[in-house]
Design a protein around this ligand. Structure first.
Ligand code: ASP
Length: 357
């Protein structure tokens, strides 16, 4: 039996009911061409392509490649995007909830102690992952939410700020005023907004930063402003340990972006790490969770959302797979090693429909 066929039958066996869907044929191609990204440690990886990847990972890489600390490396990297108002899906400048208030979710996990910390629905603090780190290091708890998380941040001297930028406010207002013609909010008489982008995707951000240091120790952070226009208090997968992030020092780390509800109900990042523990490569493990999510939703015809997973194992091998993608516009991740920055194009299960472009 050829290698490709045995891969196929393995997938079908593993896939159970979902094996009937034709899309299962897509990933085996990936197994055949198999990632040659066998990498090295130290390594830092983030769930963005080259442009953001470079900005975000450089401070982390500078620490990892020198004598810097692993947790500092992932934190300083994640802070870059949290503090940048240009990014509208993480930290300062993130899209607000349905009331126009920015509520941030973030978590951190540290392999050597298997400890973790998380904040949810945190307002007014630009760097939620740094607060999550303090929850991990300076409390006996793992999760703090809302007002309690804010008070904790205040106690540690974080400065409060309005996180809603003009750009985010204008986008929110446009959404709000066009929701219904049965409420009391009207769009401008000429229908024109300063900001004219149509049909914004509500889930299109978040960042995962994962790293393995010289000793093979592993850590990760996930940080986000979550689903745009969410119901106040909604918490996605990003700050949930095992969903938006999971780290195991014997195995590696994984992180998720995209529709959080699906990632929560599959314990997505935990699933990826456990599959790596069972012998899968990071790439195979990322693909297997995408397939699992599509299967439990009734197959590709029913799936109208996407999730993307990134993973790294202790040896510095990386993986990235998504539910949806488009040829030439594949979702991306990137990583840095002593060989510089490299971009990984995600493999994906479902070709994104034309109208989603
Ligand atoms: N996963 C995030 C959430 O559901 C959103 C995203 O990644 O775009 O809150």
């Amino acid at each position: 039996m050829s290698k490709s066929l045995s891969r196929r039958s393995f997938l079908k066996k593993a896939a159970g009911v979902g094996a009937a869907f034709p899309f299962v044929e897509r990933f085996p191609e990936v197994f055949i061409r198999k990632r040659t990204s066998v990498s090295s440690i130290p390594i830092i990886l983030c769930s963005r392509g080259e442009e953001w990847g470079k900005k975000v990972m450089t401070p982390g890489w500078d620490l990892l490649s020198g004598t810097g600390d692993l947790l500092d490396a992932v934190e300083k990297s994640a802070n870059v995007v949290e503090l940048d108002p240009e990014d509208m899906s993480v930290g300062y400048g993130g899209r607000p909830n349905e009331e126009g208030v920015v509520q941030l979710d973030a978590c951190v996990m540290y392999g050597p102690t298997h400890n973790c910390g998380s904040v949810m629905a945190l307002e007014n603090i630009k760097t939620p992952c740094s607060v999550a780190r303090l929850v991990m290091e300076r409390t006996d708890h793992i999760q703090l939410v809302g007002e309690g998380a804010l008070r904790f941040a205040r106690a540690h001297g974080f400065t409060e700020a309005n996180l809603l930028t003009e750009e985010a406010r204008l986008r929110w207002l446009k959404w709000k005023e066009n929701l219904s013609d049965k409420d009391d909010w009207f769009p401008p008489a000429d229908g024109k907004y300063e900001h004219e982008e149509e049909d914004e995707e509500r889930t299109n951000g978040t960042i995962n930063v994962l790293a393995v240091d010289k000793n093979g120790d592993v850590a990760g952070i996930t940080t986000t402003s979550g689903l745009a226009w969410k119901i106040p208090g909604r918490v996605g997968d990003s700050p949930i340990i095992g969903a938006g992030l999971y780290v195991d020092n014997e195995v590696g780390a994984a992180g998720a972006t995209g529709r959080g509800e699906e990632v929560i109900r599959t314990c997505g990042s935990f699933y990826v790490v456990e599959r790596m523990r069972g012998g899968m490569s990071p790439q195979e493990a990322c693909e297997s969770i995408c397939k699992r999510i599509v299967d439990i939703n009734g197959g590709p015809v029913k799936v109208k959302f996407t999730d993307k997973f990134v993973a790294v194992n202790k040896n510095g091998e990386v993986g990235c797979a998504a539910i949806m993608g488009k040829k030439g516009k594949e979702p991306k991740a990137s990583f840095m090693t002593e060989d510089g920055i490299k971009v990984i194009k995600a493999t994906y299960l479902i070709e994104k429909p034309e109208e989603d472009d």
